[in-house]
Design a protein around this ligand. Structure first.
Ligand SMILES: *Cc1c(COP(=O)(O)O)cnc(C)c1O
Length: 414
């Protein structure tokens, strides 16, 4: 299929029954997870067609999560960059501080409907863990969060927040002690007790139906953006960009624009220190097709298929695989990909804080760093929308530590 055929292509026809987005996605899992995943798929399809479920979801998103979020014209940032008009979708204003709550609320309502009493989740930056823990407190569900020990160190405040909501946080000491290792432990737990337990996966990743279901729960981001930009600017944006870890905020933001050929869509990965094995997490620069944690997609792996180490200044983008739907739309030429380095991200983090009074998450700062590069290449009558996936309060300590290190290095070199 060429991108021209996209006009007739219905994005809702992927994935197919087995979870394939073209050659990507699917369900590569141990035998013990086949039945739980099939039950989840059936329950999800039934729920999504039930107006009562949709009503509950809308109410929870409004009353608990705080939707809708504003589409914000970043006037001073636009003036500073001297190019396209920049709009920010303010997912940072949601309860618990990021887009993650959209998916959590959806999956918890589904788990409740399925009669599950125990919830497990993995977390990287801690944002998904906090959102899940808060949601479980809201619905009175027992909650266990798996988190890499290295991430627990980087995001100590989020560990405390999860515990405050009554969740049990289990540190994972295996492997690199980050997100991938936490996902492995959560899958192991689910295999052992899938009868009572629902696994709330936090991104558009993993085996079917997760990439589809997580995408659907985040589509509200793009649906609102579309309505808001039409109201505020009277037309669609020329370009939209979002950071891509697993890809949930990006696919939710892009989905309702996939058929609008005039809107360029750009996913921004974590370029880390540089694009060199072990020093970044940009799967589309240096990755290859493979299977990880249930899904066929682009991965950072070595010649032998061993998963490579990853690095990013932001824990939430520090993952070796990308969601299969992104791999699919990239293969069609519908979504383009770029990456921002750690340094560019820290600069964007400071820039937005200073010129708009908004502290962005380090993850979101990758999308902003793209805007810093891109906006000046565009004309002042063009529109660039960035998804501000989360707020940066969780990152201020890590950012100040990193910026002090940069400052000290500068002084030493003087
Ligand atoms: C988790 C997280 C991300 C990355 O996850 P996606 O699934 O790629 O959206 C991005 N931004 C924030 C603020 C996050 O918490």
């Amino acid at each position: 299929m060429s991108s021209v055929d996209l006009i007739d292509f219905d994005p809702l026809t992927v994935p197919d029954e087995l979870g394939h987005f073209g050659e990507f996605g699917g369900s590569y899992v141990p035998e013990t997870l086949v039945t739980p995943l099939a039950e989840l798929t059936a329950a999800y399809r039934e729920a999504s067609a039930d107006p009562e479920f949709q009503e509950d979801l809308e109410r929870e998103l409004r009353e608990f999560a705080g939707r809708s979020t504003p589409l914000y014209f970043a006037k001073r940032l636009t003036e500073q960059l001297k190019g396209a008009q920049i709009y920010l979708k303010r997912e940072d204003l949601l309860h618990t501080g990021a887009h993650k709550i959209n998916n959590v609320v959806g999956q918890l309502l589904l788990a409740r409907r399925m009669g599950k009493t125990r919830i497990i989740a993995e977390t990287g930056a801690g944002q998904h863990g906090v959102a899940t823990a808060a949601g479980c407190a809201r619905f009175g569900l027992k909650c266990v969060i798996y988190m890499g020990a290295e991430d627990m160190r980087r995001q100590a405040l989020n560990v405390y927040r999860m515990r405050l909501h009554g969740a049990e946080v289990r540190g994972v000491e295996a492997g690199q002690k980050t997100l991938k290792d936490a996902v492995n432990e959560a899958m192991r737990d689910w295999v052992a007790d899938s009868r009572n337990t629902h696994y709330v996966l936090g991104s558009a990743l993993g085996a079917h139906p997760y990439p589809m279901m997580v995408r659907d729960f985040h589509r509200v981001i793009g649906r609102e953006t579309r309505q808001q930009i039409l109201e505020q600017a009277g037309r669609l944006p020329d370009e939209m960009a979002a950071c891509v870890g697993g890809g949930s905020n990006a696919i939710g933001f892009f989905f309702d624009f996939l058929k609008d050929e005039s809107v360029r869509l750009v996913g921004v990965e974590a370029g880390g220190r540089r694009i060199h094995p072990g020093e970044h997490a940009a799967r589309f620069s240096g990755g290859r097709l493979g299977v990880l944690q249930g899904s066929k997609t682009w991965l950072l792996q070595n010649e032998d298929g061993q998963i490579e180490k990853t690095h990013s200044v932001s824990a939430g983008l520090d993952y070796a695989a990308v969601g299969p739907e992104h791999a699919f739309y990239r293969s069609l030429g519908r979504i383009d990909f770029s990456s921002s380095s750690d340094d560019e991200c820290l600069n964007a983090f400071q820039l937005l804080s200073r010129c708009e009074g908004i502290i962005p998450a380090l993850e979101s700062s990758h999308g902003l760093a793209y805007a810093v590069r891109r906006a000046p290449e565009m004309s002042p009558d063009q529109i660039l929308c960035i998804n501000l996936s989360g707020r940066g309060d969780k990152d201020v300590q890590e950012a100040s530590r990193l910026m002090d290190a940069v400052e000290n290095l500068r002084k030493e070199n003087e």
